[in-house]
Design a protein around this ligand. Structure first.
Ligand SMILES: Nc1nc2c(ncn2[C@@H]2O[C@H](COP(=O)(O)OP(=O)(O)O)[C@@H](O)[C@H]2O)c(=O)[nH]1
Ligand SMILES: [Mg+2]
Length: 224
């Protein structure tokens, strides 16, 4: 049972950030995360950006190795889900967080999500606050959500398919890697719905929770 309060040592957390041509955003995002969360690990999983993204990241590498540029330019299967899964495989910390580089997932929310992980929740979702309806964030509702996939579909009804599937989530690295490993075929590698694929695969008893955030416009660049 997750506890009541916890504080986070950010060196226990790795942010996995898929990128495709995010030169305008990724540097600012790295800087913002480092400033707010000292010690945080960052893994940029890039699918062959041609706009200077690799160089922007390279400028920020340090001997400490807290930032890794994971180059998938030569990967056989490109895609957001493929990138996230591959990035997750390499995480060396007990906690991970997947987020976009374009500031649509605000860096300010990472701390609150990390706190939920430290409390013991194996999966923590970042949830947009301005979707067509409000999610009820009672623990019970979320557990039901995890338990009944049909309920999940109902909950997402009427919302743009990709919104709640946005890849803003994190949790216990070993737990989530285990779920992915057991249900690998459910994950559409070239797809965008990695969180959706993960939710479908969760064991019903998994206690998930969420942290709401206000939706932002893209910080720069363009959607893929
Ligand atoms: N590695 C990788 N990253 C991607 C791919 N497509 C999008 N991204 C990144 O995934 C994040 C979300 O993409 P975005 O285009 O903003 O999606 P949207 O916000 O749902 O429209 C951003 O950081 C993108 O750079 C891809 O095929 N491979
Ligand atoms: Mg975006």
């Amino acid at each position: 049972m997750p506890g009541e309060s916890a504080s986070m040592d950010y060196s226990l957390l790795t942010v996995v950030m898929p990128t495709l041509n995010e030169a305008g955003c990724v540097g600012l995002m790295i800087d913002a995360l480092r400033e707010r969360y000292p010690g945080i690990r960052l893994r940029i999983v890039d699918d062959g950006s041609v706009d200077g993204t690799p160089q922007v990241v390279a400028q920020r590498l340090t001997p400490a190795g807290d930032l890794v540029f994971h180059d998938r330019a030569g990967a056989a299967v490109k895609g957001l889900t493929a990138s996230v899964l591959e990035g997750l495989e390499q995480v060396e910390t007990p906690y991970f967080l997947v987020m976009d580089a374009d500031f649509q997932h605000p860096p300010e929310v990472v701390g609150a999500m990390a706190e939920q992980m430290a409390l013991g929740y194996p999966l923590v979702l970042g949830v947009r606050d301005n979707v067509a309806f409000r999610w009820t964030f009672s623990r019970l509702a979320l557990q039901r959500l995890a338990a009944f996939f049909s309920g999940l579909r109902l909950l997402f009804h009427g919302v743009q398919a990709r919104d709640p599937m946005s890849g803003f989530f994190g949790g216990d690295t070993t737990f989530v890697r285990g779920v992915i490993g057991r249900h690998r075929r459910r994950f559409v590698l070239r797809g965008y719905k990695v969180l959706f694929d993960l939710l479908k695969s969760l064991p019903p008893e998994a206690e998930i929770t969420g942290v709401c955030y206000a939706f932002h416009r893209r910080g720069g660049g363009r959607p893929k």
